[in-house]
Design a protein around this ligand. Structure first.
Ligand code: FES
Ligand code: FES
Length: 198
């Protein structure tokens, strides 16, 4: 048995220690927000937080996670009581098919909880490892900016805009033409596996 702490609750899990966290979340704990995309640590749809850091749950065995704080999208709020990031994504209608959105949101959450005043360039750099095949990048960016404003509290100016970083999937002009985020223009990816330290 391995004890996992997920969204503030402890779970004793009987899966093999080398089972990827994603399978345990979805199959044993019925936490289905994190998605299986590539299963290879390359798309980001399975992103969760481990001790506040974005972590690819499809390539992270549960034996590395005992005593760590795991947060999934379900831990940020509910349909009845959405958290600021979830509220912002709803208000901006940021999802198309929605498959990438939980991973995008968890990666954004990691940034905004350590820096609610993140600049546009910082938001783009943070989200860059995650893929969106529908090309809704500009809506996602707007949603994260909106969430930053909500999380920073009343009287805070909107997240600052800054020149985009070169070479990312999110460096298109900020227009409503979501096709500008076409994943086919994405540069070749390197294997960006993120595993927490033992
Ligand atoms: S499913 Fe693609 S990185 Fe995990
Ligand atoms: S909204 Fe469909 S993959 Fe991003």
């Amino acid at each position: 048995m391995i004890e996992l702490k997920v969204n503030g609750r402890s779970h004793n899990v009987s899966a093999d220690p080398d089972t990827p966290l994603l399978y345990v979340l979805r199959d044993e704990l019925q936490l289905n927000a994190a998605k299986f995309g590539c299963g290879l640590g390359q798309c980001g749809s399975c992103t969760v937080l481990v001790d506040g850091a974005p972590t690819l749950s499809c390539v992270t065995p549960i034996m590395l996670l005992e005593g760590r704080q795991i947060t999934t999208l379900e831990g940020l709020g509910s349909i009845e009581d959405p958290g600021p990031l979830q509220q912002a994504f709803i208000e901006e209608q940021a999802a198309q098919c929605g498959y990438c959105i939980p991973g995008m949101m968890m990666r954004a959450q990691a940034l905004l909880q350590r820096n609610p005043h993140a600049s546009d360039a910082e938001i783009r750099a943070q989200l860059e490892p995650n893929l969106c095949r529908c090309g809704t990048h500009m809506r996602i960016l707007r949603a994260v900016r909106r969430a930053a404003t909500l999380m920073a509290g009343p009287g805070t100016p909107p997240a600052t805009r800054a020149p985009s970083t070169a070479g990312t999937q999110l460096d298109a002009p900020d227009t409503d033409n979501d096709a500008q985020g076409d994943a086919r223009r994405r540069p070749a990816r390197t294997d960006k596996r993120e595993r927490p330290e033992r």
